[in-house]
Ligand binder design. Sequence first.
Ligand code: ADP
Length: 191
Amino acid sequence: MLNIILFGPPGAGKGTQSERLIEKYNLYHISTGDLFRWHTKNDTELGQRVKEIINNGELVSDDITIAMLKEEVEKNPEASGFLFDGFPRTVDQAIALDNLMESLDSSIHAVIELKVTEDEVRQRIAKRKQLENRVDDASDKLDKRISEYFNKTVHVLPFYKSQDRLVTVNGIGDIENISKEIDKTVSALAV
Ligand code: ADP
């Protein structure tokens, strides 16, 4: 199994880079943001519980998020690997993910951080807002999501860095070049 985490603020380009990675390395893509949006759109019980939190740009509780993630992983026992996108966002989620991977006799092989400044993120999302129609892209909610990342989520990085599992890639620049940088790490792991 090859298990990768793609890490970065909203608007870092995780979606674009995920698509390339899942195709090239045949990974099963798990985006907790997409899963939550699916639940809210389909008005499931879980969707009803998290709707307000998500629309406000706040983090869903670890209990709910971890349970949803676990279910998604366990639904795919045949996967040759996973690409996690938007998860973990807290150290408790990171620990839960390690335990989950261990239960599958596997582990997280690398955490790839797409490093993008707060200014760049704001500009990109302002553009995306014109193309997509995400309720949480409204400017006050957006501020919240960006500050959740730069105040809370970044604390996960030292956890992985101290274990030598963190690879930081500059997320500003040409999409092709960023892909190549990411690929250097992943191709070395995939052999
Ligand atoms: P962003 O574009 O901000 O990176 P995502 O699409 O990854 O957002 O997630 C959208 C929303 O879903 C987040 O603002 C948060 O409310 C919720 N969410 C997604 N992943 C997590 C997580 N790992 N822990 C807590 N909340 C999460």
